[in-house]
Ligand binder design. Structure first.
Ligand code: AMP
Length: 195
């Protein structure tokens, strides 16, 4: 249930323009895939040099098949959610134009997590790398393996702030403008790191 390709391409073009205004276009010579969807992905890590993990994960996203990395937000240092006593997280959000289907993309994200040595020990456990699919065009997906929009994205400052940095007009299907959720997350500790 994604919107038409023309609209997806237009959105991708917008994100592309934003990317060139910012600083990341990891594959300038790679053409957009023929069938292009616009996906937003959350990156997070709080173990084993998380800054390096998140930066390397962005590079791994740029290498996904039939995909092109359009932009990556600044890195943010954020308070851990759920478990007390964990280290702070490093978070970012990336925009990806991709010819992969949503489930193919989820599997590709799992593969990158595995590459980075992610262990799924328990809910909200510390992790070397966590990748979440936030948005996929304006799709609403509710399947056993995948829920899009990510069901908790609107309640997390570490998603909303970096998402708005690279896509100020982003909307969350079923929940309205992402910017409208800023007040709801304003009490959560988050600091943008200098470039
Ligand atoms: P986590 O351990 O928090 O990364 O959660 C991963 C689990 O959530 C996996 O079993 C996924 O199949 C499931 N999941 C459902 N929707 C999503 C999504 N939008 N992005 C990432 N994982 C998802």
């Amino acid at each position: 249930m994604t919107r038409g390709h023309a609209s997806a391409s237009a959105t991708a073009a917008n994100a592309d323009r934003q990317a060139s205004e910012r600083r990341v276009d990891a594959s300038p010579l790679r053409a957009l895939p023929e069938v292009s969807h616009l996906a937003y992905i959350a990156l997070g890590a709080n173990l084993a040099d998380p800054l390096a993990q998140v930066r390397a994960a962005a590079t791994a996203l740029a290498s996904l098949p039939a995909s092109r990395l359009l932009s990556v937000s600044s890195l943010y240092r954020t308070a851990p959610v759920g478990i007390r006593g964990q280290s702070d997280f490093i978070n970012a959000v990336a925009a990806l134009a991709t010819g992969l289907g949503a489930l193919q993309l989820l599997d590709a994200l799992f593969a990158i997590e595995r590459l980075f040595g992610r262990h799924r020990e328990y809910l909200n456990a510390p992790r070397t790398l966590d990748l979440d699919l936030l948005l996929y065009d304006d799709a609403l997906i509710d399947s056993p393996r995948l829920r899009v929009p990510h069901p908790r994205m609107h309640l997390r400052a570490f998603v909303i702030a970096p998402l708005l940095e690279i896509a100020p007009q982003a909307s969350i299907p079923g929940r309205g403008q992402a910017a409208a959720w800023l007040p709801a997350v304003s009490m959560q500790r988050i600091a943008r790191l200098p470039d």
